[in-house]
Ligand binder design. Structure first.
Ligand SMILES: Nc1ncnc2c1ncn2[C@@H]1O[C@H](COP(=O)(O)OP(=O)(O)OP(=O)(O)O)[C@@H](O)[C@H]1O
Ligand SMILES: [Mg+2]
Length: 626
């Protein structure tokens, strides 16, 4: 019967302060003061062992409790006290739950002959209480604090399930609890999407794979959700098969006129600060070129465009570069001042150079001067979805000096489209290596990208635009963006500065959880925030190779195989970031059951898990070489 081990009435036990200053049940204090060592083999060993599995509260404040208990050998009961365990403390009908974060010898008691006396430090995190309609429920607050002498013991399985059970309909299973591998770790997709999430961890701990797993689940359960992945390592395409629409430097079609002035400036000045005079000239002549395109040439149009009333340099309407160059030429011809003429000549030369650069073909292709905004947006933002809700934007082939501009346009448009569609087009923007675009140092990084991501972080929730931030260096990430991520999955973090950032991000009642950050195993994380009921230490499900991002090392045998078949042309094409044809897949994605299988959540279709499909790895190289 649940709770049977706690049915001893604490009020019937008398307490006295021991020489350590702690209250102890009178019997134990008596033992101590009389220096009576326990018999080595007690005749009534059984009840004694059960008793030893319990402790008693000897100190408690608003956030923590200390518990006096006995060390046990695990062979005795198969149980022992160890940091990381959850502890429950009986207070009336409720059970206060806390995380055991420190175990130490109680030397004072031990010196007084009480063998194995230890003190447990527990951080209190919430309580399990009976509910008329739902059995037992868990809540983060504590209504009744434990009294001195309250009985504490390791948490029972039912309580663990109560604490971590799915609290809403959109819950999905992302793994299993580290403490009990048969209890599923569930997160709420709605909370992930409405309040942004972050995945942080040292390199190689499993961030990209964890994100892929979460994205698979989102795509499966939220049929109207678009996902735009900014993929700096070209690793995500292979994970999503036919569900992904991949955009590479070769297939990208982003008309230059979609860029606002700040973004366009990055392109024209090749990632450097441009001269103020040249920038002013762009600000002046781009609106004019837009007017010429829209209204045609003529004196009336000139007048209209010259007062700048119709357009600004930021308005996303098309114009022709030829018109811009012509306008600059005319201005140069009509000028007397040598300085301004020189400025305009420089600007014109810059524009001509960038237009002629084949690497910028995706912006300045001849077809880009027509108003095809619908085509461009429909391809990138999946309107209509056409069975491909995920756009993987492979960034490694984009010229490095304009990567930031492109990222900025994409994030800006994701927001604008959601706004303009009245939240019908909802996009999750996934920023891999986010510290690159939104670094903590405000002076580095590209202001428009930071602005576009910050706008999603602050206001995206209202319009259905969400962020997934992935970084191995949380310390180098803009803290205001991280603070907007209401759910964080923190994989192992070795660096003190990174751990500090997490310490600040997590609420008071769960700080001790973070002590484990440096010792987490690969694929293991501490998840905290609005998508989980209480911070949980969990292990991500095992994602089958075919559904993982392609960053993994190729196994030795395959390596030789692939290398023998690789052609230099293929390698060069791959280096340039060309798209990879995806094989049709029988399943959308496959999760391989972990060795110790976690129960699949009841709300998840059975097909979702447990199919060990021994699919061959489909590394980029291998598939290209067939
Ligand atoms: N959930 C998982 N299921 C199966 N394999 C996993 C899982 N998580 C991680 N791995 C394995 O661990 C390796 C590293 O994972 P991953 O590439 O996701 O790490 P990362 O933290 O993104 O690394 P980096 O910082 O270099 O990008 C992968 O090759 C993958 O094989
Ligand atoms: Mg990664």
């Amino acid at each position: 019967m649940p709770g049977s081990e706690c049915q001893e009435d604490p009020s019937s036990v008398q307490f006295a302060r021991d020489i350590n200053g702690f209250f102890r049940p009178l019997g134990e204090t008596h033992q101590m003061t009389n220096l009576q060592p326990e018999p080595a083999t007690a005749p009534d060993a059984k009840p004694e062992i059960r008793n030893r599995a319990q402790g008693r509260v000897v100190e408690c404040n608003g956030t923590e409790a200390k518990i006096s208990a006995f060390a046990q050998k695990s062979e005795e009961t198969g149980e022992y006290w160890a940091v990381g365990q959850l502890i429950s403390i009986q207070t009336g009908d409720n059970r206060v739950v806390g995380l055991l974060y420190n175990v130490e010898n109680d030397y004072v008691a031990q010196n007084n002959g009480i063998e194995g006396a230890i003190i447990l430090s527990v951080e209190l995190s919430g309580e399990v209480r009976p509910d008329q309609h739902r059995g037992f429920v868990f809540s983060g607050g504590i209504s009744n604090y434990p009294h001195i002498g309250a009985v504490a013991h390791r948490i029972r399985k039912e309580d663990l399930s109560t604490i971590y059970k799915a609290s809403d309909k959109s819950a999905v299973t992302v793994g299993s609890l580290s403490q009990a591998s048969d209890i599923p770790a569930v997160v709420s997709v709605d909370a992930l999407l409405s309040r942004h999430f972050a995945v942080v961890g040292t390199t190689g701990t499993g961030k990209s794979t964890a994100v892929t797993l979460i994205l698979h689940l989102i795509a499966k359960h939220k049929l109207n959700q678009r996902i735009l992945i900014l993929d700096p390592h070209n690793e995500y395409t292979s994970a999503f098969g036919p569900k992904a629409n991949t955009i590479t430097a070769e297939t990208l079609d982003l008309p230059f006129w979609l860029l606002n002035l700040e973004e366009f400036q990055q392109v024209v000045f090749r990632g450097r600060e441009g001269s103020e005079e040249e920038l002013d000239a762009l600000r002046e002549f781009i609106p004019k070129a837009k007017s010429v395109y829209r209204y045609g040439e003529g004196p009336g149009v000139r007048r209209k465009s010259s007062n700048g009333a119709s357009f600004t340099a930021d308005t996303p309407v098309p114009y022709r570069l030829a018109d811009l160059l012509k306008l600059l030429d005319e201005e140069i011809g009509s000028l007397d001042g040598a300085l301004r003429r020189l400025t305009l000549r420089h600007l014109k030369a810059r524009l001509e150079a960038v237009i002629a650069d084949p690497r910028f073909g995706f912006m300045f292709g001849s077809h880009n001067a027509t108003d095809r905004i619908e085509d461009v947006l429909s391809n990138i933002y999946r309107v209509p979805l056409d069975g491909k809700p995920i756009t993987v934007f492979q960034m490694s082939g984009i010229p490095s000096e304009v990567v930031n501009s492109v990222a900025s346009v994409l994030c800006r448009l994701a927001f604008d489209i959601a706004l303009a569609s009245q939240s019908r087009v909802k996009t999750l923007v996934v920023c891999e290596e986010a510290h690159r675009y939104i670094p903590a140092d405000v002076s580095s990084g590209f202001a428009p990208t930071r602005g576009a991501i910050a706008r999603i972080a602050k206001e995206g929730r209202k319009y259905g635009v969400s962020l997934a931030i992935i970084t191995q260096r949380p310390n180098e990430l803009d803290p205001t963006i991280l603070s907007q991520c209401n759910t964080v999955f923190s994989l192992r973090l070795g660096n003190d500065a990174d751990q500090d950032v997490m310490r600040k991000a997590i609420s008071n009642g769960s700080r001790s959880t973070l002590a484990f950050l440096s010792s987490l195993a690969d694929r293991e994380c501490i998840a905290f925030g609005s998508a989980v009921s209480t911070p949980m230490r969990m292990r991500f499900r095992n994602l089958a190779a075919s559904a993982r991002p392609s960053s993994q090392n190729v196994a030795d045998g395959e390596d030789i195989d692939a290398a023998a078949n690789a052609s230099l042309t293929d390698i060069v094409t791959s280096m340039r970031g060309s798209s990879v044809e995806t094989e049709p897949e029988a399943e959308d994605w496959v999760v391989r059951e972990p060795e110790s299988a976690p129960a699949v959540a009841a709300n998840e279709p059975a097909s979702d898990a447990g199919q060990d499909v021994s699919l061959k790895r489909r590394s980029l190289l291998r598939r290209k070489t067939g």
